[in-house]
Design a protein around this ligand. Structure first.
Ligand SMILES: [Zn+2]
Ligand SMILES: [Zn+2]
Length: 276
């Protein structure tokens, strides 16, 4: 059987050198350790793995700082782990129409040992201090019910304004309609990324979600907006799997140079330009 061929201007599967949306056991409905995810990334031929556990009420309804210890000690992970570059991130929930991110209003007086801080800080600032980047996503859209498109559009733009937010996570399947062009233009102006998320093509999300994702990708191509691809793996064997994303991008002749996750160098240069 002949090998599939691709037009070099488009998107071969091997174009994805990075998986920057993955989950470990910390997310609680995910099943692998960071070590297993790194091993899977290496086996999948990835150059770079971004670990982005949920940072939301999903991991701790109590909002206690001790429930977030995992995320504040990530510096222990080797930056180059078994030949794979490892980045530290979270997938944070957008929690209101102001585009604010989970934990912004949870004030802490003490750290994990119980020792008092000299100055109060928020859970968000404390947990995010040493993260490389954040994916901002919506998982519970009830706060946006009845909102106007102007409000939801502004919400996404405000989320992109957060200095640590690099990627808008799966906007094609969050169930919150918004005006596409202003959000995409805002991402472009800030050097930030719109995610095309592999998990959005699961059959239970239906054809409508796929159509929305395709429309978003097409408009990114037309406006010159960079995208991020992520497996959204919740188990190690899904790390580096982008089959349906690759097929969609190939189908619409998406330009390779707009895929920030095509290589580690490309992603790191976008990250450093946008976040420092
Ligand atoms: Zn999840
Ligand atoms: Zn998500």
């Amino acid at each position: 059987m002949a090998e599939p061929t691709y037009d070099s201007a488009h998107v071969p599967h091997a174009a994805f050198g990075c998986d920057v949306h993955t989950h470990t056991l910390f997310s609680r409905h995910a099943y692998s350790t960071i070590g297993e995810c790194v091993e899977a990334a290496k086996a999948a031929g990835l150059e770079l793995l971004g670990s982005t556990d949920h940072y939301s009420c999903m991991t701790s309804p109590s909002l206690h700082v001790r429930d977030y210890q995992y995320l504040i000690n990530l510096k222990l992970w080797p930056r180059l782990w078994d030949g794979v570059r490892v980045l530290h991130g979270v997938e944070a929930d957008i929690v209101d129409l102001e585009g604010r991110l989970f934990g912004w209003n949870v004030w802490l007086r003490e750290g994990i040992t119980g020792r008092a801080f000299r100055h109060e800080t928020t859970l968000k600032d404390y947990v995010w201090r040493e993260l490389d980047y954040v994916i901002a996503s919506i998982h519970d859209q009830t706060f946006a019910e009845g909102a106007t498109l102007a409000q939801t559009t502004r919400m996404y733009i405000r989320a992109l304004d957060d200095p640590k937010v690099l990627i808008l996570g799966h906007p094609g399947r969050s169930g919150v309609p918004f005006e596409l062009d202003p959000v995409l233009r805002a991402a472009k102006e800030r050097g930030k990324l719109i995610e095309i998320n592999e998990h959005s093509f699961e059959t239970h999300y239906g054809q409508r979600t796929k159509t929305t994702c395709m429309r978003i990708a097409e408009r990114c191509a037309e406006l010159g907006v960079m995208i991020s691809t992520g497996s959204d793996a919740h188990i190690a064997c899904e790390v580096g799997r982008f089959d349906r994303t690759a097929a969609l991008l190939h189908e619409i002749h998406f330009p390779r140079e707009l895929i920030a996750t095509r290589s580690a160098d490309a992603f790191l240069s976008v990250l450093h330009a946008a976040i420092g």
